[in-house]
Design a protein around this ligand. Sequence first.
Ligand code: LMR
Length: 394
Amino acid sequence: MFNSLNAQPVDKIMALMQMYREDPRDNKIDLGVGVYKNAQGVTPVMRAVKAAEKVLWDIESTKSYTGLAGDPAYSNALSGLVLGDAKDNTRLSMAAQPGGTGAIHQAVELIKMANPGATIWLSAPTWPNHPSIIKHLGMTMAEYRYFDNATRAVDFDGMIEDLKGVKAGDAVLLHGCCHNPTGANLNFEQWKEVAALLEAKGAIPFIDIAYQGFGDGLEEDVAGVRLIAQAVPEVMIAASCSKNFGIYRERTGLLMTLSANADQAGITQQNLTHLNRQNFSFPPDHGARLVTMILEDDGLKADWMAELEEVRLGMLSLRQQLADELRSRTNSDRFGFIAEHRGMFSRLGATPEQVEKMRVDYGIYMVGDSRLNIAGLNKDTVPVLAEAIVAAGV
Ligand code: LMR
């Protein structure tokens, strides 16, 4: 049987991680996979997570199953963090998922169950796993223009023009904040325009929010998500706690849907629970429990927010340092966009050959489309990267 299997394409981010591991150079710099690293190159366990784990070790009395949709306390706590005042419990259905990827996968399955003929629209470019999951599930996809390679900012006119082509019942995947891979984000006025257009078209916003707190702040980063949740009757939101709680390997995600009314929300909930049962029965609980404990305890929450803010400000300062360094080396402002982008990533606009030259000559690893992970830098490696960018002729 297995001899009928075809070889699978390698995920380019995973392949890059492997190449980096195999590079023997001591001075290599990993700007590849989207994992936060501090100035010492360590991905730390956050203080509040450690504290919650200690308490959990003491108080946890069973590891028996939770519910098929996970622990409702977790869904309530995390949906509160994402949706805030825009949380409408009457329309909300939720199911815990194994990470943000799990939530995206489940959302695509839900679209397939509800409307197999739907087209799922993706920003050009987007996180490579988006099209890969959609293709794997046999759904149709289309692209809308998003990033302007010349300005390294959002091509908003192109985006709106392309989204005018969506049909009722199509889903439009939007990055809630900190666009991956470009770092270029919609402003609030642009979110309003997108919300109005999708509402008028009868299309469903499908929001991937994996970096809340990494851009402009915990509240600021979800302003667009909340606006959409209030403006559009049916919405899907895939949230991840991997990055903002630093619990990558615990696989902690949540799929939220807003239905048009409470009756429909009940049926949607049954479908979300059914999908969990078919795919893995019960979602992982350890990370979800830690997130719940942190969000429900004022002290832990304050400490988590303070550490997250340190992470965010650290990335902003590295962005500024890199933009300044490039300004002085090139005597121009053409890399000013690095300080304007938000989140972990920026798309530099280098060619694959230039990216390869930086890897070979300097041991700098970034994704082939020239996405670089700002959090892979520290103040000593910023000048090395700036030198490499100039030497590669970017
Ligand atoms: C990334 O974009 O690098 C991260 O989201 C990690 C991943 O799974 O690709």
